[in-house]
Design a protein around this ligand. Structure first.
Ligand code: TRP
Ligand code: SF4
Length: 334
């Protein structure tokens, strides 16, 4: 029996090399490991919870997320790739779990408290936002997933899913499975201004970038501020270009040459960036090739989503068929 894996991402715009080094490479690795059966969902309901007032690009972002996923090698034959809202059981189970979720669990959730306090440009005081982790629990529990690859920032949400399983099973019988997080190692991936790579900082190297625009961005990247001139020695540990070498350059001897060349002013920053560019380009070549097949091919993307939703729905439906009578609801006569 393969172990089931479920993960999801909110469709919020173009994905970038930070996502690749963190979540996406892990998604692909699990998919290609025969011990696992993976389901990957584009969490559009979750995107609405913060973007409800500016939701006009959500469906465009869903297509973008799917195209980015396919480009990095997620294979819709192996893993159903689907839109959360297409599989109605996500909304149903979230409603059902809501019946037994104590408000205190939600109010105490650190992510909720932190976002409510920090996000100033929109009003997050909504029922849906408070219930974010309940919908996330539904995403996972519907598939009886044993493993959930996520970043450390999701650990409180995962813990709440596990608590909900115990509470549910206690009330209604052993139906749901406690999911384990598989925490994704997220290496430090700075953007071109040296801050953490993030769409909202406008500093990202996107997966959809052409080779030319990738190089233009790398070329203008911040380096160690002490290296004002070519003849000034630098310190790689103070340079975001070096952080990218650490993640995307696996040629150890080249890296040690760069490191000593930087410290002795033996190499210039442009040479260093050219070497980085070559490694990123090599990584991006197959990604660009796959993208070309899918980009803008709405018919093909829709087929993938249709098939993904059907396969996901089969599993989700069979879980809901257990849940309805267990919760005491009268099953519908077929
Ligand atoms: N909350 C997750 C995030 O922001 C996205 C998500 C939604 C998710 N549903 C999920 C992750 C289910 C794992 C499993 O990153
Ligand atoms: Fe950064 Fe490379 Fe320049 Fe050193 S040589 S400062 S590591 S870009």
């Amino acid at each position: 029996m393969k172990k089931r894996v479920l993960s999801a991402m909110r469709p919020t715009g173009a994905l970038h090399l930070g996502h690749l080094a963190g979540a996406l490479s892990n998604f692909v690795r699990l998919q290609n490991d025969d011990n696992y059966e993976c389901f990957y969902s584009i969490a559009d309901w979750h995107a609405l919870m913060s973007n409800y007032a500016e939701s006009d690009r959500t469906s465009e972002f869903s297509y973008m997320a799917l195209t980015d996923w396919l480009s990095v090698g997620l294979d819709p034959e192996k893993s159903p790739l689907f839109i959360q809202s297409h599989v109605k059981q996500h909304a149903e189970l979230a409603l059902a779990l809501g019946m037994i979720t104590p408000l205190g669990w939600l109010y105490r959730n650190p992510t909720y408290k932190e976002q409510l306090f920090n996000v100033r440009n929109k009003d997050l005081g909504m029922f849906g936002f408070l219930g974010y982790p309940v919908l996330m629990a539904a995403d996972i529990l519907l598939y009886k997933a044993e493993f959930v690859p996520v970043g450390e920032d999701q650990s409180a949400h995962l813990e709440l899913s596990r608590e909900l399983v115990r509470r549910f099973n206690n009330f209604f019988g052993d139906i749901l499975i406690e999911p384990q997080p598989l925490f994704t190692q997220t290496p430090k991936v700075p953007g071109i201004d040296g801050r953490k790579m993030s769409k909202s900082y406008g500093n990202a190297l996107e997966l959809s970038e052409s080779a030319d625009s990738m190089w233009q961005k790398l070329r203008t990247m911040k380096t160690d501020p002490a290296r004002m001139r070519r003849t000034d020695p630098g310190d790689p540990e103070k340079c975001p270009v070096w952080d990218l070498h650490k993640v995307f350059n696996n040629n150890e001897s080249e890296k040690s040459e760069i490191c000593s060349g930087c410290k002795s002013a033996g190499i210039g920053c442009i040479d260093c960036k050219k070497k980085l560019n070559a490694h990123i380009n090599e990584l991006m070549t197959p990604i660009r090739e796959r993208r070309a097949k899918y980009e803008g091919n709405k018919k093909l993307l829709d087929e993938i989503l249709r098939d993904g939703a059907l396969r996901a729905e089969k599993v989700a439906d069979s879980t809901m068929k257990e849940i309805y009578p267990a919760m005491g609801l009268l099953p519908r006569i077929e």
